[in-house]
Design a binder for this molecule. Structure first.
Ligand SMILES: Cc1cc2nc3c(=O)[nH]c(=O)nc-3n(C[C@H](O)[C@H](O)[C@H](O)COP(=O)(O)OP(=O)(O)OC[C@H]3O[C@@H](n4cnc5c(N)ncnc54)[C@H](O)[C@@H]3O)c2cc1C
Length: 582
């Protein structure tokens, strides 16, 4: 929001090296060979099948990509583990089981466990011998996770914590060997975290939940009745549980976006194939503008989400390297580096999951009646997609967090938002610059982008000044500001990726990507205008409102752009390749 990023600074997926692509291919092959043929059996929760698949994935090393070698893993970087989440992401319920195990199930121990705990659990989790689940949510503590009632009490001998309580919506609950459980010790205000083995006793569960989608993923209510947990299984320190939950969720969020990217790619492949095959009115439906629009728009949103997600993933890796170079312990550096990009994790979660919902919805539409048939692939994709806007923090909670985290950083002096916001406010009084735009490639787009950032600063700055402390209660305005930030981040990531590609491959070979970046930027400008207008209407009035609306119009002004033709060109490439090809 406050500075221009040169394209050299961002990572783009086209830069993954051979080894990383080989790891990705291993995952794709695994999903094709082991998961797709069994989708119906998985969704019917055939006894033992999900565990067998996880075992096979473990044998291939897919559960241990980012686990350090010292604990039986491959010690790969964060973005490689994102690539795995992406490749496995198209695996429906299996993808959910795998990511719950490798992410929220395993990482709390890897990042917060002491050496003894890591030695005891991580190698077995890495191989798949142990399967893991994460128990935070309770019937009355969902988004408000720190309000959980599950209790922990030290027994008289001081050897065990006695855990009592009920957890809800627990992924992998039906078969997990290890549960990461959040509970409050005595009357503590904050949660603590515990590693609980199923065979400690006192762990029971309800039957499987009946769900709209991801039917093959085990989801249970789990009860802890006088469950005796050895004191050495307290994770980290007493009262540190909420921090653990939040930090692990940061990682889960961006990985969810990676998984949404993988799912979307598969859906676009199917939709493109179908559009090329299906004939109506004597023509393949891929010849119709209405269908081409859909295919192109699906690809545009996927490309944008992908650009933002891997850019942030690499930022996390780079921050990690810097922290380690300064002498920080590896686990600590993993957490700190993700925390630094927690805003981006939340943005990619929201935009990734909403992109997937758009893609599956239009995927159903391209298939027409067959989209509604359970015998064709869209029906499952449509149902399975919807959960992504709910778990790992609902999209509303994540939008609130984006702004909350930014403002907190500004207040702590870590981020100068108010200085740039004031200079944008000052610019409103000045005469606009009518200079002819630079004709260099992307010069105009960069100016548009810079102006969209000014809208973010203008609206956020004015809202903070006007509403002060009550801004945190004005959720509609916070949603508007989060939308502005998100669209700007994705538009910038897309543009920088296109620019870098031009430098890598030459303009001629990446015309499609340039079209994508331009279409996305222009629709982002419209979204930013709408969100800005709604926000300003709700807290400003009179001359002040007039002046800010003038600024809003000025900063969202774009030159006429024929997005219809650009989408036609994008669709043509997809249709000729008969798959997602950007
Ligand atoms: C299939 C599935 C698998 C899951 N797996 C796990 C798991 O493995 N482990 C685990 O611990 N949990 C898991 N969850 C729980 C999931 O994380 C929660 O469902 C989610 O966090 C939302 O909580 P809730 O369902 O209680 O909804 P609520 O918190 O009751 O939210 C209801 C609505 O109110 C909105 N809302 C709530 N608070 C606010 C607020 N402050 N401001 C604005 N809007 C608000 C929400 O956005 C939402 O739209 C899973 C859930 C499902 C459905």
């Amino acid at each position: 929001m406050i500075r221009e990023t040169p394209f050299q600074e961002v990572f783009i997926p086209e830069e993954f090296d051979e080894e990383q692509l080989m790891i990705k291919q291993t995952c794709v092959d695994f999903i094709d060979a082991e998961v797709y043929p069994k989708l119906d059996a998985i969704d019917a929760q055939e006894e033992g099948l999900m565990q067998q698949l996880l075992d096979k994935a473990g044998d291939l090393g897919l559960l241990s990509v980012s686990i350090p070698e010292a604990y039986g893993g491959f010690g790969k970087d964060f973005n490689t583990s994102m690539l795995v989440a992406d490749a496995v992401g198209a695996g429906h319920s299996f993808a959910v089981a795998l990511s719950a195990h490798t992410g929220i199930g395993t990482l709390p121990i890897l990042y917060y466990g002491n050496e003894e705990q890591k030695q005891r659990y991580i190698p077995k989790l890495a191989s798949g011998e142990y399967k893991a689940a994460y128990c935070l949510t309770e019937p009355n503590a969902g988004s408000d996770a720190n309000s959980g009632k599950t209790s922990a009490r030290l027994n008289e001998q001081g050897t065990h914590y006695v855990i009592n309580g009920q957890k809800m919506w627990i992924t992998n609950g039906g078969f997990a060997d290890i549960f990461i459980v959040f509970a409050k010790i005595d009357d503590d205000k904050n949660l603590s975290a515990f590693i609980i083995e199923r065979n400690f006793g006192g762990v029971t569960m309800n039957p499987e939940e009946h769900k709209m989608g991801i039917k093959g993923s085990s989801t249970r209510q789990v009860f802890f009745n006088d469950c005796m947990v050895p004191v050495e299984n307290l994770l980290s320190e007493r009262g540190n549980g909420f921090k653990i939950a939040v930090n692990i969720l940061n990682i889960g969020r961006i990985k969810l976006s990676a998984a949404a990217i993988g799912s979307s790619r598969k859906v676009i492949d199917h939709a493109t194939n179908y559009a090329n095959e299906r004939v109506q009115f004597g023509l393949q439906i891929s010849k119709f503008g209405a269908v081409r629009y859909k295919l192109a728009e699906m690809a545009i949103r996927l490309f944008a989400a992908e650009s933002a997600t891997y850019r942030a993933g690499q930022n996390i890796d780079d921050a990690y390297e810097q922290l380690v170079a300064k002498g920080m312990d590896s686990a600590q550096a993993r957490l700190k580096s993700t925390e630094q990009f927690a805003v981006e994790c939340a943005i990619t979660k929201v935009w990734g999951s909403e992109m997937l919902d758009y893609v599956v919805d239009e995927g159903v539409q391209v298939y027409g009646g067959m989209g509604f048939s359970a015998d064709a692939p869209m029906e499952r994709a449509y149902r399975d997609s919807r959960i992504n806007r709910i778990f790992e923090g609902t999209n509303e909670v994540n939008r609130l967090l984006i702004i909350d985290m930014l403002l907190k950083r500004a207040m702590k002096g870590e981020l100068d938002l108010m200085g740039p916001a004031q200079s944008v406010a000052g610019e409103l009084m000045s005469i606009p610059d009518f200079a002819e735009p630079d004709s260099a490639l992307f010069a105009y787009e960069k100016r548009v982008l810079q102006n969209l950032k000014k809208v973010g600063l203008l609206v956020a700055g004015a809202a903070v000044q006007k509403l002060m402390m009550s801004l945190s209660k004005e959720q509609e305005i916070l949603m508007n500001i989060a939308d502005i930030m998100g669209y700007v981040y994705l538009a910038e990531s897309t543009l920088l990726r296109a620019e870098k590609l031009v430098h890598m491959r030459g303009e001629e070979l990446v015309k499609g990507q340039i079209d994508i970046a331009r279409v996305y930027l222009h629709s982002a400008a419209d979204h930013v205008y709408l969100a800005g207008k709604e926000a300003l209407y709700s807290f400003a009035e009179g001359d002040e409102l007039k002046m800010m609306l003038m600024g809003l119009r000025r900063f969202t002004k774009v030159e006429p752009f024929n997005s219809k033709e650009a989408r036609q060109r994008i669709a043509k490439q997809l249709i000729e390749a008969n798959k997602y090809c950007f």
